[in-house]
Each structure stands twice: as structure tokens, then as C-alpha cells.
Design a protein around this ligand. Structure first.
Ligand code: ADP
Length: 311
């Protein structure tokens, strides 16, 4: 999907306020010949946090080093990246909430004073010691879906914090139209709307659907896809016209089968769906609540509106 990733701010769709703000920060840093302040992007998966970090590097015309938080559990894991930093360059950590607390604490001085504390362990001939190395002033960029998991002093080091919101159907329609041409998927305006509507406000999902439609067309020898064919191809993936997947529908069916207004505890839902609590609370419920299907109360979950069409 990398060829669908916008490279510069002006190629990005939506997030206008963030782009306006970042343009000011970038311009100021460039005019002052200084390093951009540390920057945190937070928001759901697939909304463009990595894309923004890469575009930021392109706008600043600086190199970017990319790491994933899950792979940084000790200071040794993070050192190779820090050693590569040059003045103004970007160190980007995706899923930064997965960086261990130990590394978060280690990074506090690094990103504040641009100084590395390296511990030389004691050996036969020498006592152990800590040496300090100054490194160039770099820009630290983090992306996270779980901002609350970052320790407060670490969070405070990010002067620029930007919340990446989901995209409107209109914004996604623009994205789908542009990207359909890029990957040569010939679809109607109506199909563009269908895809935008089921993509839950998430560019990555819209791009995934487009790639599936391309594969569907190629596999079936179709040069262009009618809206009926698009609907059929999407149904094949278990997605309905409201963008609900089979697990969402199963979740709703559990509630639909209860007497109206019944509240149900999350543990009962876990058993009914054979899923863990985290998956239910973090992956399934946010979209269902956002779309007004379900409400979470102190008494449990309650259905607000059922499925328009049966699965
Ligand atoms: P995240 O890092 O938030 O999980 P990504 O930056 O990897 O999300 O974005 C997922 C995909 O969605 C990218 O490959 C990119 O093509 C597309 N995308 C994200 N945001 C935008 C945007 N604002 N405009 C156009 N495409 C976008």
C-alpha cells in the first residue's frame, strides 16, 4: 500500500487543522534553523499517524529513523537509533505506548538534554562506570492509539500533540476516488460512496477495500466494476452496507435477542462471543457506540438500535 501513502502535507486528505499547525511549526523551525519540537500523534489505527510523521520528515527535508515501540524494551534496543541521529533529524516511534516503562524513563533525559548515559559494566580490570555522550539535537516523534499508557513526564516532553480524528464520508470519497485511479480500479461515483461509507472513517480500511476490489476485478477478468459487483465483492468479505463485520453483527445479535432495555455485563459478552474483554472494549465497542448501536453504562451494555438489515 506504500504507493498510496501521501508524501507531502499538501497530498494529505483532511486533518486540515493539524496540517495548518504543523506547517507553522515546520516553517518556524526552518527559518530559525532549529530542530522541530517533539511531536506526538494520537488517534486510532490506520488514520495516518505514520503518514504524517513521514510527510513531516519530507517537509523538513531531514532523514527519519523508524522504530516500533513493541521492539524497545531496554536502552540497548534504542541506542542504535539514537546513534544515527543528526541535527534536526527525526526519530519516529510507532506504537510508542508499547515502549517499556524503563525505556520511557531512559528517554526522558535523552530527549530533554540530548545526552546519552551509557553504563559500562564492571569487569576484572575496572569498576563499572557511566559515561555521558552528547548527541545532536533531534526531533522525537511518537504515534499512539493509547495515550493514557504513557508516563506523565514522558508525555510532557512532547510540545506538539495532535489528535488524529476519523475522516468524514466526503473526505474518504475524495481519497477513494484518487486512489482508485492510482491502482487502476474502474468504479462509479456510487461505488466510491459505498466504499467510503463502510470504511468507518479510516483511510487504511478504504485502501484495503480498494485493493480487494482490484484483486476481485483482476481475478474475474473485469475491466470495470458495476456497483452490484462492488457490493458483491464487499459482501464476500463479510462486510455489510453499514461497514459492520461478522463479529460486530454477532455482538449486536446477542443484545438483540435479550428483552428490550436489558443491560448485560462484559463478562457475559466475553463468554457469548468467546472473546477477551480487551478485544470487546477496544476493538468492537468503540465503533458500535460511535454509530449509536450500543451504550456502555455502569449497569452494563444496552442496545440502542438494532441492525437495519439482518446478517
Ligand atoms: P497509522 O500510522 O495511523 O496506523 P498510516 O499512516 O499507516 O496509519 O495510514 C494508513 C494508510 O492510510 C496509509 O498507507 C495511507 O495511504 C493512508 N492515509 C492515512 N492518512 C491519510 C490521509 N490523510 N490522506 C491520504 N491517505 C491517508
Amino acid at each position: 500500500m506504500s504507493n498510496l501513502r501521501p508524501q507531502r502535507f499538501d497530498d494529505l486528505i483532511g486533518q486540515d487543522e493539524i496540517i495548518q499547525n504543523l506547517k507553522i511549526s515546520v516553517k518556524s523551525a526552518m527559518v530559525r534553523r532549529d530542530t522541530l519540537s517533539h511531536c506526538l500523534f494520537y488517534g486510532g489505527a490506520g488514520l495516518g499517524k505514520t503518514t504524517l510523521a513521514r510527510a513531516l520528515a519530507n517537509e523538513l527535508n531531514v532523514p527519519i529513523e523508524i522504530a516500533n515501540g513493541a521492539s524497545l524494551s531496554t536502552s540497548k534496543d534504542v541506542l542504535p537509533y539514537l546513534m544515527k541521529m543528526t541535527r534536526g533529524s527525526i526519530f519516529f516511534i510507532d506504537e510508542i505506548h508499547r515502549v517499556s516503562k524503563k525505556v520511557q524513563e531512559y528517554l526522558l533525559t535523552v530527549i530533554e538534554d540530548f545526552r546519552l548515559d551509557i553504563v559500562i559494566p564492571a569487569s576484572k580490570n575496572s569498576q563499572g562506570e557511566t559515561i555521558n555522550i552528547d548527541i545532536p539535537k533531534f526531533c522525537f516523534v511518537g504515534a499512539t492509539t493509547e495515550m493514557g499508557d504513557l508516563v506523565q513526564p514522558f508525555l510532557d516532553r512532547f510540545k506538539l500533540k495532535h489528535f488524529i480524528r476519523t475522516y468524514s464520508v466526503e473526505e474518504l470519497s475524495e481519497l477513494v476516488s484518487i486512489n482508485a485511479k492510482k491502482i487502476k480500479v474502474d468504479i462509479s461515483e456510487e461505488s466510491v460512496k459505498i466504499i467510503s461509507k463502510i470504511s468507518r472513517g479510516v483511510p487504511r480500511l478504504a485502501n484495503n477495500f480498494l485493493e480487494w476490489l482490484r484483486d476481485y476485478g483482476v481475478a474475474n477478468g473485469l475491466r470495470n466494476l458495476s456497483s452490484e459487483q462492488v457490493t458483491k465483492a464487499i459482501k464476500m468479505q463479510g462486510i455489510d452496507e453499514n461497514g459492520l463485520n461478522p463479529i460486530d453483527r454477532k455482538y449486536l445479535e446477542v443484545l438483540i435477542n435479550l428483552p428490550k432495555g436489558t443491560h448485560i455485563g462484559v463478562n457475559t459478552l466475553c463468554s457469548a462471543l468467546s472473546l477477551d474483554r480487551q478485544t470487546i472494549e477496544q476493538k468492537i465497542e468503540p465503533y458500535l457506540m460511535q454509530q449509536g448501536y450500543v451504550n456502555r453504562t455502569s449497569k452494563g451494555r444496552v442496545l440502542i438500535r438494532g441492525l437495519v438489515t439482518p446478517s
